[in-house]
Design a protein around this ligand. Sequence first.
Ligand code: PMP
Length: 363
Amino acid sequence: MAHQISAQPGIMSVTPYVGGEGKTHGANHVTKLSSNENLLGPSPRAVEAYREISGNLATYPDGGHTALRQAIADVHGLHADRIICGAGSDEILSLLCQAYAGQGTEIVHTEHGFAMYAIYAKVAGSTPVVVKEDTRHTDVDALLAAVTDRTRLMFVANPNNPTGTLIPDAEIERLADSLPPHVLLVMDGAYAEFVREPGYDGYASLVKQRENVVMTRTFSKVYGLGALRVGWAFGPEHVIDVLGRVRGPFNVTSAALAAAEVAVRDTEWTEHCVIQNEVWREWLARQLARAGIPSDPSHGNFICARFPDAATAHAADEALRKRGLIVRDVQGYNLPGCLRITIGDETATRAVADTLTQFMASR
Ligand code: PMP
């Protein structure tokens, strides 16, 4: 007999997320520049902490994430009680949707925003409302215009992935102040550590001052711990209380907790990675611009390179692949002609610049 088991409405409209590829055909040595990971790797001390955990695999992790929350609070000047940790910031985004959205509600996000916002909205039974972007810069007024009585959450990544653009602090404050009281603003700071703008604090002070803003962060990017899946959020007490009710009891592994705690305290390594990223990102952007491939100023660990058209971007992607360089085709985000390139180490960055310069010259 045919089964009559059906998933929740909305789930079958989800196209599963496909992460950045790491394999190619033909090239012996592959450099993955498709998922905005840190090619310099984690703090060496975090690797040691990770290894030590292998001596105690039988017991559950600390379900309260106490030491990690305290380390984050110390380094960022936050209150540990208002921090929650998750299996990647992805889990926290998902928990937010489960907790605040559902049938008959809407979640607002931008057209060029992170793909998981719409997926988690649909899985929660909510309707994602996509705000079209005429330019590559997020329009706060357009976000506000999309809000209805049904809106529960608004997701804004700043810096944004895949464009790398940054909405100025004053605009984010205006957004937070203009939202109606039933909407929670989620500031996704997956790339916040890379921002070098004076006065930028990744929304810590905004969250401290308001009841309607929560910020999310990850250990997958600047901290180089993508393999371990750990992220966190800092928010108003009422939000942290709600998320604490929704999350699983041991949602972050002991290895992830131990490595992340050491990584966040190793501010010297983080600073080194941030500076290296800035140096090579600016260098690559200049080289590509010279070769006829412009990009908007990026504040993350990647650039969104704009080729003259989709066919050229596709051919450039192939040329990079032949050299073992895997980047991310982001044309599906309605960014025609765009490839997102993670900033690697010096060798990888020079290889990208050489390949693309030769490619453009040969056309
Ligand atoms: N937000 C943004 C904007 C991202 O780019 C990513 C990762 N690509 C995430 C959230 C999720 O990161 P993670 O789950 O690894 O913390």
